[in-house]
Design a protein around this ligand. Structure first.
Ligand code: MN
Length: 239
């Protein structure tokens, strides 16, 4: 069988120091897709998205990590601690997420991706965890100088979920690089994992081939963690 083509959205680095704007994606995403048997293809924002046609050319989709989603997308005013936003990226990714949900297209949504997926399906976000949901758990391990490839907090996984099936466990240690999280969860999604402070760490859309969102970054831990690898393998296998 031909290797499935996996589209991956990417970030925009604005023009600076005389260099033009550039699209960026941490190589770990491509490495994880290739290791799982897929062929990665980058999807830059910018042109008016024809999401359904883009998905027609792909076998699976990854919504990758990045800046905050504009709060207007979920009907809220910006919080003072809101970070950078990218209107073109919101436009592309929300269109892709809606098209993927509508057709049951295989989707793995990572970090910003789980947030985009929730907003695309009608949910809302907590704009800044430290300000709005103070907790003893740090969800930004870079503040503690913990490397991206290492876990920093535990999550408790719903035993009936796809994630639990892949992990073979109901408790996992994951990495964490987010200051936002899901607030109201969209009606078509179910929460399948939470951190011990209640923060949503994974969702799934039941009844579809593979629609999984995770707030952590499995692409960073895939080289050393079987569950992280299995997330990419399951995405590619469902393509
Ligand atoms: Mn976290």
């Amino acid at each position: 069988m031909a290797r499935p083509i996996v589209g991956i959205t990417c970030s925009l680095r604005p023009a600076k120091d005389g260099a033009g704007a550039a699209f960026l994606l941490p190589r770990a995403y491509c490495n994880a897709v290739e290791a799982a048997g897929g062929v990665p293809v980058l999807l830059p924002a910018g042109a008016a998205p024809d999401a359904a046609r883009v998905l027609d050319r792909l076998d699976a989709l990854i919504l990758s990590g990045g800046v905050d989603v504009a709060p207007a997308r979920y009907g809220r005013q910006p919080h003072p601690a809101l970070g950078d936003v990218d209107a073109e990226r919101d436009e592309l990714e929300i269109a892709l997420a809606r098209a993927a949900l509508a057709s049951g297209f295989p989707l793995l949504a990572i970090c910003r991706g789980i947030q985009v997926l929730n907003v695309a399906a009608g949910g809302t976000l907590i704009q800044d965890l430290p300000a709005e949901r103070p907790s003893s758990i740090s969800h930004r391990q870079s503040d503690q100088s913990i490397p991206r490839s290492l876990p920093s907090h535990a999550i408790v996984v719903d035993p009936g979920s796809r994630l639990a099936e892949l992990a073979g466990a109901s408790r996992l240690d994951v990495n964490s690089f987010h200051h936002q999280a899901l607030d109201d969860v969209a009606p078509c999604l179910i929460v399948t994992a939470r951190a011990e402070d209640g923060v949503v760490e994974a969702v799934e859309a039941p009844g579809r081939r593979f629609t999984v969102g995770v707030q952590f970054h499995p692409e960073e831990t895939a080289p050393n963690d079987a569950t992280s690898r299995r997330l990419f393998e399951a995405l590619v296998a469902s393509a």
